[in-house]
Design a binder for this molecule. Structure first.
Ligand SMILES: [Fe+2]
Length: 187
């Protein structure tokens, strides 16, 4: 059963994980959340997306340390933009990603920006209530527009290799509802 937040993908190719391994070597002992831009765009993923008339807008690695969390945020500058990402997640079982609904949708948004990346919106826990959660241990199609957070209570780092997908038809980030249609044969 598909949902609006996270759906497992069945892909018939492997991606090169060396960019992730290189980053892990540098960041693995840090006790804080790290977001690292990846400059090597994966060849196999790029070829696969090309056939669907899609492309990779940017690639990042997210590091959630042991006993750490990534706070609630929307990856987009607008909570109504359901951005699509393809994420490979690696960690010790016990971590989870949680999606949240904002209680007051009329409240003014606090746009923020990290290292000249796209705007994102952080939320306090008190402003939201949880609507969905999933432990991700594979490659998934992620809705990064709906506010979400990561909890990693395990004793090991959790790593995400994350690709933001754009639609070549209009040069915009792929909306999640369109992604569900385009990727329906791979779920
Ligand atoms: Fe995110």
């Amino acid at each position: 059963m598909l949902n609006n937040y996270c759906n497992k993908l069945n892909l018939d190719f492997e991606i090169d994980l060396k960019p992730l391994y290189d980053i892990q070597e540098i960041y693995k002992n840090r006790q804080r959340v790290d977001i690292i831009t990846v400059t090597d765009i994966d060849k196999n993923l790029n070829e696969f997306l090309n056939k669907l008339n899609l492309g990779i807008r940017h690639a990042e690695v997210f590091h959630t340390p042991a006993n750490g969390e990534i706070g609630i945020h929307s990856d987009t500058g607008s909570p109504d933009l359901a951005w699509t990402k393809i994420n490979w997640v690696f960690g010790k079982p016990g971590h989870k990603t949680i999606w949240w609904e904002v209680k007051d949708r009329n409240k003014e948004l606090k746009l923020q920006n990290l290292h000249n990346g796209p705007d994102y919106i952080p939320y306090e826990k008190e402003e939201c209530f949880p609507i969905y959660e999933q432990e991700i241990n594979s490659v998934c199609l992620i809705n990064a527009g709906v506010p979400h957070s990561v909890s990693n209570p395990t004793d090991q780092s959790r790593w995400t290799l994350s690709y933001t997908i754009f639609d070549k038809k209009n040069n915009c980030i792929l909306e999640y509802k369109d992604a569900l249609e385009i990727f329906k044969n791979f779920m």
